[in-house]
Design a protein around this ligand. Structure first.
Ligand code: S3P
Length: 427
């Protein structure tokens, strides 16, 4: 049987790649972005920015962006298609809403089922106007203005996308604009703002809340950005090494932002032998190398308060749980219903198919690990969801009978996933 063995460089982070492109477009002058993730979601952001008048091209492995400033988006001639990317749609809706242009955003079938009002309700409070399909969905029209009026906004749902949409809108808004989130969510936007010398305040409340204060409009001066490796992509290989006997791998260039690596703590709690070595700081984000070897895992109870920090890793954590002894309970994961697929459904349905005891009770997922997977051929239904596809491709390493219905969707976040996985497979 094959094991995972060796060293791998992890490709650029998806969240940071979007933000690097958008903030470079809102800067003045030329920026060079290196290690940008070249995946479908990022291509959607690049295309939309180009339609908004930004010059972007690739030269000698670097992405060059000529920014037009925070009020520099031009009237697009055609619809802006965010494809499968929630981050593109939601954050770009924020970015264009403070420019005096009209845009029409569209998306693929999955994105057209995901809520957009979660962003527009807050932008409307600032004076932007929108027309949404069925009051919540794409296609959606934005009627932007350079005269948004700041006020203090409290975001109810923990969401980095909502926060980022508001920050992007705030960059071209005059006066003091405060955004409060009840719990800290991924903070790449704030880290990049700091790296780009955009003056803002972050006030951490005793209750765990986080207040961001902006005072625009801003002039941001372009700076080269290097994108750190994506910890969510690293998670697939980490779980792969934990569950396949004899495995031992080191993943290099992984971003160690605390809002993104909670899953390492969970896997360690499950008995995973994982060590992390910090290396350098890459454009405001701490990076490091992660070493992992095969481990006997045990099921655990995962607190619902951790769900904002594990949101993209539940699919691959469910694979770890399937190979652990005992039961794992993922509590309070209702937000999974609103991702690229209904991930509660796609996790439970597919685990059952492969012979693992899994059930959904209320907002929780219960998984009882199994040492004997289904012997019959079973086809995983990905629902076009990249993280479901990658997760079950990892489980398929333990059982050749597991087939994936649509491997193509992995190009949404990790087009080279199969190639990188193959490079680690050793006899
Ligand atoms: C993202 C934030 C998360 C995450 C998504 C990327 C981002 O969504 O699930 O894959 O880049 O800000 P929410 O902010 O809606 O939780």
């Amino acid at each position: 049987m094959y094991k995972l063995f060796g060293t791998l460089n992890i490709p650029g982070d998806k969240s940071v790649s979007h933000r690097a492109l958008i903030l470079s477009s809102m800067s003045i002058g030329k920026s060079e972005i290196t290690n940008l993730l070249e995946a479908d979601d990022i291509k959607a952001t690049i295309k939309i920015l180009k339609q908004l008048g930004i010059t972007i091209h690739k030269k000698l492995g670097k992405w060059i962006v000529y920014g037009n400033g925070t009020n520099g988006f031009l009237q697009p001639k055609k619809d802006l298609n965010a494809l499968n990317s929630g981050t593109t749609a939601r954050t770009m809706i924020g970015a264009v809403s403070s420019n005096p242009i009209k845009c029409r955003f569209t998306g693929d079938k999955s994105l057209s089922k995901r809520s957009m009002s979660r962003v527009t309700v807050y932008l409307e409070k600032l004076g932007a106007r929108f027309k949404l399909t069925k009051n919540d969905y794409l296609p959606l029209k934005t009627f932007g203005t350079s005269k948004l009026i700041p006020e203090e906004i409290t975001i109810k749902k923990p969401s980095a996308q909502i926060k980022t949409a508001l920050i992007f809108a705030g960059l071209n808004m005059g006066g003091k604009f405060s955004i409060r989130e009840k719990v800290l969510t991924r903070d790449h936007t704030e880290k990049l703002l700091k790296y780009l010398n955009v003056k803002h305040k972050i006030i951490k409340g005793k209750d765990g809340s986080n207040l961001i204060e902006l005072k625009g409009p801003y002039e941001i001066y372009s700076k080269n950005i290097r994108v750190a490796g994506d910890p969510s992509s690293a998670a697939f290989f980490i779980v792969g090494a934990l569950i396949i006997p004899g495995s031992k791998i080191t993943l290099k260039n992984v971003m160690l932002n605390p809002t993104r690596i909670e899953y390492l703590k969970i896997l360690k709690k499950m008995g995973g032998k994982i060590s992390v070595k910090k290396t350098n700081n890459v454009s405001g984000e701490q990076c490091g190398n992660i070493s992992v070897c095969y481990s006997k895992l045990r099921g655990i109870n995962i607190n619902k308060l951790l769900s904002p920090f594990l949101i993209d890793e539940y699919p691959i954590l469910s694979i770890a749980a399937s190979c652990a002894t005992g039961e794992t309970i993922m509590n309070g994961v209702s937000e999974l219903r609103h991702k690229e697929s209904d991930r509660i459904k796609s996790i439970v349905l597919n685990l059952k198919k492969v012979g693992v005891k899994a059930k959904n009770i209320g907002d929780n997922i219960h998984i009882t690990g199994s040492s004997s997977l289904n012997k019959k051929i079973c086809k995983i239904k990905t629902f076009g969801d990249h993280r479901i596809a990658c997760s079950f491709m990892i489980l398929a390493l333990l059982n050749k009978n597991i087939k994936i219905d649509n491997e193509k969707c992995i190009s949404v976040s990790y087009p080279k996933f199969k190639k990188d996985l193959k490079s680690l497979l050793k006899k």
